[in-house]
Each structure stands twice: as structure tokens, then as C-alpha cells.
Design a protein around this ligand. Structure first.
Ligand code: AMP
Length: 816
């Protein structure tokens, strides 16, 4: 199922009005002023508009940042939330937010999660440093305060931004006047060639989309970044494929060495995905000529072949399906060592001098069908699993999220041309007789070696924190006290490659011990209710959750009388040791639940920590378990009256969530639990989020695993989650109920469902579903969020059906 679907990536909506904009008339302006005058005016204009973003101070050390903040405090009268952003002194393109709050200077590392996508601590991942800061100006989201004033310096670097201001260069490009573009590029007043327009595009993106070849050529020669991402996560190559401009593809690759493997950070699509989605055969052909992989995999595993098929571009399907992979010119006997193990491989590569790109392939111990690539980079040895999988009845080989290849040899050949996710391309192998073999390359291919340097993420145990973590502490300001819990906000380190064997042993594969102050109360404003471990006894497993198993248990809490204890049945969600990256999500779920108290919502009891530092989330035990299982197992014993009652209760619980300004984002039959036949409760708050006070929707910035089939179109297309999108999911939940646990949309894939909904089609009326109930579902699935019913109306409907007056009695007791 597709987790993420980006409807904007075809870019047409962004471009719809561009050429008609009054801003664009450069030709006209040049009649009355010289280009130089216009450029100066433009520069001053943009400078004025950028005033709000001049919080960036470049590379300055921490103590310098604090000095600047101190001066700012004198000026602004010790204003809480005074901040600046700087480049980390330990690595370029990594940033730090320096912030003053309540007498303390904080320094938060800003992690680049993926290209130009940033996050602070465990907060949301946001595209662009500019939008990240804007978000924290609106809401604190886990920081000690929201950002208020800043110490002024300059706006953030172009390539790290989401959008900017449309300048004269953008305008001349959009008007397709190469002469003027050239003059601008040659002028000393030329704006940065990689500046982004208000639509989040660089001049090169625009030239590529419209197919202005001369201009693209000029821009590349003036240093335009050919691999930079626009607002939709597209590179100029992606944009060519969006606009069907096959001619520019070769210019980008030949003149600019553009990377045919660059992934859209939002979807994982590389340019050929884009071309297949749009059905542009010429683009596909030329990309394949330039050795684009023909079966790359997106974040949700979708290949261009899947896209071409789903969108019915039969000529593209044939082209990709019948594509002949280039003949292999590398041989297994040059690099394959069936007998060798990990330490042996390490030793052999060390013996051969750990040359950059030196490698061998060995069998995997984990799975007899798999292999391991052992590779040298930077004098260290890294190991990558080569997995196999059946795809359309073909046995395919792949590394991490890399492309499918039909043989091990094809895969090795591919990675000798493109690093694409590995730390470096493969250059030379060692064979079983311990000779070095230069990997053969055909000349035509040779110039296209990809220098990209991204690492696979799922083969990597966490490395110890890098020195940047020094930036995570805070110190006393001139006027404030020193706090002793300085590490409260230490963020996780970004993924790193498998550590070399010679490096210190990796940290244990479980969350670090959580001091109660440190992790459980990570967000200072919400401290979690804690339970002593010894008061809990654990029983049998009752389910499997996202983070690990859910077990039944008993909580012995202190009773009212002296020395008395009361025993309560509880459900305990265990946070699995290996789910190290999800600890914050787990705690987020606990924090959300703790704020809620309602008879139609599962009650949170507390959080505990096991002897070996595993986390446990303790909640009330709901004896009949998941409503979905109940619907499937007891369909003959469930009456309409039961379904109406549960529907009314779910709507009532959702009314309460709405009052608490919370969107659930995962309302589905599987997440409703039954206490009894008369009592349904909403559970699983793992995806729930607070909606901001100024807005009635939550904007998701990270993909994650999304239940697409339960999501309204605005969630899928724009990441907008609101009470109205919860209403859509409620409609799907109703459909599951009235079809007694059938899976919605059968075995359709997520992407097919999106298309189905876009075409105006909806789930059909289940066999035994009353017309009135189906009418409610259809209302919930109105394309227009504002037209959908409210939970209040839905509650009233299901409660108010005359023949079911018992519902009303039960509901009355719930309200009291
Ligand atoms: P979850 O992690 O919330 O998706 O839970 C996984 C499964 O564990 C559910 O489908 C239920 O079968 C069971 N479960 C979760 N929470 C409870 C609870 N409070 N009481 C009883 N069973 C539960």
C-alpha cells in the first residue's frame, strides 16, 4: 500500500498562473529602465521582503551566538523566545537553533533528516529551514517557548529553503528571453542563481519544466545546482519529466552531470517514476539511455512499471517491461566468496589496503537466499545486505531501498557506476585467490558515475553521538540560573552506515536507560504519570501493537484504607527493545492519552519502566478487545442496534477529541475496543496530534506509514488533517462495521484507491447496511471537508434513530 502520495508532484497546479502573472513583464519594464537599474531595484525589494527571515548567522561558535543573544536581550528587554540560527561549527550544512528562554540559553541541533528536510529533536520534519523556523514561531512544539524576535543578520541559504521571492531572473526565465537571462547572469547585480521563487522553484526548475533549452544551458554554465529540490521535492530532471521535456534531459545529464537516481525526498520517486506516472514515453526512453535503473523502488516500493500500469500508459508499460538490461561485463568469480564470514571479509579487505571502493560479496548467514556486500570507504569497512524478492514472478536482487536487478552481476555492475545510497561506488574487487580485479566499465557509461553520497538507512545500528551533540546543551545567561537537566532535548543522531568492525562496539541494541527526568518527561510541559514497576504483574499477550506486544496485566494500586491495595486489570503495551527510533512516538502516544478522559476513550493509567529499561504504557483493560475482530468473529450475533450504539459512542468520543483540539488520524474499526456489547471505546492514539490554536487542521510533514484507505483526499494530497478528515475516516469505520469487518476497497492498492476516490467513486453500500446508515457514510465522504457532517450531527443521527431508543438511554448515562 502506498503510504505517501504526492499529487502536487506533477506541478501543474503550481504553474497554472505563472505566465499570466503581472510580475512577469520584464520586456515591458526594460523599455523604461536599464537592466542594471531593474536588478538593483529588485535586490532592494527582496531585501525588504526578506526582513522577516534574517535570523541566520552563518558559521559562528556557540559562545559567539550567546554573546549576540545577550546583546539582543539588552535591546529587547529579556524577551523570552529570542533566537538565531547558525551553521554548526562541527559540520557544514548542519544547523543549530540558539534560543533564550527564562534565563537560559538553549542550543538545539537542527537535523537534516533528508535533503533540505529538517527536524529539531523528535519534532516534525519540515521541508526548508525557513518553514521549520516559521513553524516554531507559531508554536513551541516541545521547545521551552515558541520563537519570538530574532537577532538580525541574513536570510538562510537558498538551497536549504522551501521558497523565496520571485526575482528578475525567475521572471526572465518564465518569459523565455534568453538574451535577458544571459545579461542578468553576467551582471554584477545578478541574484543567486539557485534562489527559489515564491513557488519554491529555482530558475533551472522553471526552464526544465517549460523546456527552455538555451536557458537551461546558460543556467547550468552559471553554476545552477542541477540536483537541487524544489517545493515538491523534484529536481530539474524530475521537472523535465513532469513537463515532458525529453530534450533537456540530456543537457542536464551531459552538461550538468545531473543524477538520474536522485530521489524525491517526499515520495522516493526518481525521475523515471515521474515520467512513468505522467506517461511520457520519450522521457522514459532517454532516461534509460542514460542508464537510469528501470525498476527503481519508491518509499512505498512502487516501481515505474507499477505506475505506468496503474495510470494506464500501455506504451510505457511495454517499454519498461521489455527493457533489456545492458549486458553484464563483470563476473561473479571476480568478487564472490561463498565461504567467507564477516570477520574474514574484514581481514581480507584490510590485507588489501582498504582502498576506496574495494569490495567483495559473500553469503548471508541470516538468509540463505541473500548476500552481503562488504565495501571499503574512508579506510573503513561497511556491510550491506543484498536481499532478494519475487517481483512479478521474477527473482530480483536489491540493496536497502535501491532498484531491483535481475542478477547479482547486474546489481554489482550498477553500483560500480552509481554510489546511489552506498558511501562510494564499487571500484575494485578481490577474488577468491586474493587478487585485485579492476571492475570493468564500458566507456560510454563511464562519465556518468554518480557522486551522491547517501547511506542506506535500514542496515545501520546507531553510532555513538557525533560531536554536534555538544550543541545540545544550554548554559546560564547573565541573569538566569543554571539548570542541571541540560540533556533534556538531546535529539537522536541521523542514521549512519554499519559501523566498521574496528570501531568501538556499537551501543546495546535497546533504548538507553531512561532517567525518569530525562526521557519520560522529555517535553517539559507534560510530565507523564509514572507507575512503579513492582506494582505491575504481566500476564499473557493479547495483541500486537506498532511498538511491540500488548499483554494483559494486573496493577496493584494503593487502596483507600491503611496498607490496603486494589487490583485492577490493565492492558500493558510493551515498547520493544529494537524499536529504538520510535521511543518518542511511543511517549507521544502516552502524552496524548494522558490528556484525555472520557467514557468513550480508553483510559490511560501511567507509564512504567522495566528492569532492563523497556517502556510500558499501562491503560485500562478492555475485555472484548478490538471491534474489528469482534465484527469478523461474531457477525451473526451482532444486531443493527449494536452497530448504531457503537457508532453513536464513537462519534461521542470524537466530539470530545474535537473539544480537546485533537485529531485522531487513525480512526478505524481496528482501533475501536469493546468493553462490552454496550460499550465501545476509541483507542490507539499513536498518530494523534494537537491542532494549532490558529488553525483547524494539523499539517503533517513526515510521511510515516499512513492508513491511506481511511484517509480523506486532503490528507493524502496535502497532509491536511482536521476534524473533518477524521469524519471521513469515521465513514470508512462505519462501512467496516456495516460490512462486518470486510476490508475497505478489497485488495486495491493505496494508489488505486486514491485514483478511485479522485474519480468521484466511493465504497459501495454493504449488503446488510440500512440505506440511512449508508447515506451518512456518503456524507462523510464529501470531497469538500466543510460539507461533511460534524461528529455532533453524526452522534445525533445514530443516537436518534427511533426504533433504537435503548441507545439513547445508554448514551445518556455516558454523558452524565
Ligand atoms: P494497538 O497497539 O493499540 O494497536 O493494540 C494492538 C491490539 O492489542 C489491539 O488490537 C487489541 O486487540 C489489543 N489491545 C490494545 N489495547 C488494549 C486494551 N486497552 N485492552 C484490551 N486489549 C487491548
Amino acid at each position: 500500500m502506498s503510504d505517501y502520495y504526492d499529487d502536487d508532484e506533477h506541478g501543474d497546479s503550481i504553474y497554472a498562473n505563472d505566465l499570466t502573472s503581472e510580475l512577469l513583464n520584464v520586456q515591458e519594464l526594460l523599455k523604461s529602465k536599464s537592466l542594471e537599474e531593474l536588478l538593483k531595484e529588485d535586490r532592494d525589494n527582496i531585501k525588504e521582503k526578506e526582513k522577516e527571515k534574517q535570523w541566520y548567522h552563518g558559521r559562528i561558535a556557540r559562545d559567539v551566538a550567546e554573546e549576540i543573544l545577550k546583546k539582543g536581550l539588552l535591546k529587547h528587554g529579556h524577551l523570552d523566545g529570542l533566537f538565531l540560527v547558525r551553521e554548526s561549527s562541527f559540520s557544514s550544512s548542519s544547523f543549530v537553533l540558539s534560543l533564550y528562554s527564562k534565563g537560559i540559553f538553549f542550543h538545539f541541533q537542527i537535523n537534516e533528516v533528508k535533503s533540505a528536510h529538517f527536524s529539531i529533536d523528535q519534532g516534525p520534519t519540515v521541508h526548508g529551514l525557513d518553514r521549520l523556523i516559521q513553524n516554531y514561531q507559531e508554536q513551541a512544539q516541545g521547545l521551552p517557548t515558541h520563537l519570538t524576535q530574532f537577532c538580525k543578520c541574513k536570510p538562510p541559504p537558498d538551497e536549504q529553503r522551501y521558497s523565496g521571492f520571485t526575482n528578475l531572473l525567475h521572471r526572465a526565465v518564465l518569459e523565455n528571453i534568453p538574451d535577458v537571462v544571459k545579461q542578468i547572469l553576467d551582471s554584477k547585480y545578478c541574484p543567486s542563481v539557485n534562489a527559489k521563487s515564491e513557488w519554491g522553484m529555482t530558475a533551472l526548475h522553471d526552464a526544465c519544466y517549460y523546456g527552455f533549452e538555451d536557458i537551461a544551458d546558460l543556467l547550468i554554465r552559471h553554476g545552477a545546482n542541477v540536483n537541487c529540490f524544489d517545493k515538491d521535492g523534484q529536481t530539474p530532471l524530475h521537472r523535465c519529466c513532469t513537463g515532458n521535456k525529453a530534450g533537456i534531459i540530456s543537457i542536464l545529464i551531459q552538461e550538468g552531470n545531473a543524477n538520474v537516481n536522485e530521489r524525491n525526498p517526499k515520495s522516493g520517486w526518481i525521475p523515471i517514476h515521474q515520467a512513468a506516472f505522467k506517461g511520457y514515453l520519450d522521457c522514459i526512453k532517454i532516461l534509460l539511455d542514460y542508464h537510469s535503473p528501470y525498476l527503481p523502488r519508491a518509499d512505498d516500493d512502487t516501481t515505474p512499471l507499477d505506475l505506468a500500469e496503474n495510470y494506464e500508459h500501455s506504451d510505457c508499460v511495454t517499454e519498461i517491461d521489455q527493457f533489456e538490461q545492458p549486458k553484464v561485463i563483470t563476473h561473479k568469480y571476480d568478487w564472490f566468496h561463498p565461504e567467507i564470514d564477516r570477520p574474514g571479509a574484514q581481514k581480507l579487505l584490510e590485507l588489501k589496503g582498504l582502498r576506496e571502493g574495494l569490495f567483495l560479496v559473500r553469503g548471508s548467514k541470516k538468509n540463505l537466499d541473500w548476500y552481503v556486500l562488504t565495501l571499503c570507504h574512508d579506510q573503513k569497512v561497511f556491510n550491506y545486505e543484498i536481499k532478494t524478492k519475487n517481483y512479478r514472478d521474477r527473482h530480483m536482487f536489491f540493496i536497502d531501498d535501491g532498484p531491483f536487478y535481475k542478477s547479482l552481476e547486474h546489481l554489482i555492475q550498477y553500483y560500480s557506476y552509481h554510489a546511489n545510497g552506498l558511501p562510494c561506488a564499487l571500484t575494485v574487487s578481490v577474488n577468491t585467490t586474493r587478487e585485485l580485479v579492476q571492475i570493468s566499465k564500458d566507456d560510454e557509461y563511464f562519465n556518468l558515475v554518480d557522486t551522491s553520497n547517501r547511506y542506506p538507512t535500514n542496515v545501520s545500528p546507531a553510532l555513538p553521538p557525533r560531536p554536534e551533540s555538544l550543541d545540545m546543551t544550554y548554559t546560564e545567561s547573565a541573569s538566569g540560573p543554571v539548570s542541571n537537566n541540560a540533556h533534556q532535548h538531546a535529539p537522536p543522531m541521523p542514521p549512519s552506515p554499519t559501523p566498521p568492525m574496528s570501531s568501538p562496539p556499537p551501543p546495546p541494541n535497546h533504548p538507553p536507560p531512561i532517567s525518569k527526568q530525562q526521557s519520560i518527561t522529555k517535553q517539559p510541559e507534560v510530565s507523564l504519570r509514572q507507575i512503579e514497576r513492582k506494582l505491575l504483574s504481566l500476564g499473557k499477550e493479547i495483541g500486537q501493537g506498532e511498538f511491540g506486544s500488548v499483554v494483559k496485566g494486573v496493577y496493584k494500586k494503593k487502596g483507600t484504607g491503611r496498607g490496603k491495595t486494589e487490583k485492577t486489570d490493565v492492558a500493558i503495551k510493551l515498547f520493544h527493545k529494537t524499536a529504538i527510533n520510535n521511543q518518542e512516538d511511543f511517549l507521544k502516544e502516552a502524552r496524548t492519552m494522558q490528556q484525555l478522559e472520557h467514557p468513550c476513550i480508553v483510559n490511560f493509567i501511567g507509564i512504567a519502566e522495566s528492569e532492563n529499561h523497556e517502556l510500558m504504557l499501562v491503560e485500562e483493560y478492555i475485555s472484548m478487545g478490538s471491534m474489528l475482530d469482534y465484527l469478523i468473529d461474531h457477525r451473526d450475533n451482532i444486531r443493527k442496534v449494536d452497530l448504531y450504539l457503537w457508532a453513536a459512542q464513537i462519534a461521542l468520543g470524537m466530539m470530545y477529541l474535537e473539544k480537546m483540539k485533537m485529531v485522531h488520524r487513525d480512526l478505524a474499526a481496528r482501533n475501536i475496543l469493546l468493553q462490552s456489547k454496550e460499550k465501545a471505546k476509541i483507542s490507539d492514539f499513536g498518530l494523534s496530534r494537537a491542532v494549532g490554536s490558529n488553525s483547524d487542521y494539523y499539517k503533517a510533514t513526515t510521511g510515516g506509514r499512513w492508513p491511506i484507505k481511511w484517509y480523506a483526499p486532503e490528507c493524502v494530497n496535502y497532509g491536511h488533517f482536521s476534524h473533518a478528515s477524521d469524519v471521513w475516516s469515521f465513514g470508512v469505520t462505519l462501512w467496516e462495521m456495516f460490512s462486518y469487518g470486510e476490508p475497505p476497497y478489497g485488495d486495491m492498492k493505496g494508489i488505486e484507491v486514491i485514483k478511485y476516490i479522485e474519480e468521484g467513486k466511493r465504497l459501495e453500500q454493504p449488503d446488510k447496511c440500512p440505506k440511512v446508515a449508508y447515506a451518512q457514510m456518503l456524507k462523510c465522504w464529501n470531497k469538500e471537508p466543510r460539507e461533511r457532517p460534524t461528529f455532533q450531527a453524526l452522534n445525533a443521527h445514530f443516537e436518534g434513530e427511533n426504533e433504537y431508543s435503548c441507545t439513547r438511554d445508554i448514551m445518556r448515562t455516558l454523558r452524565n
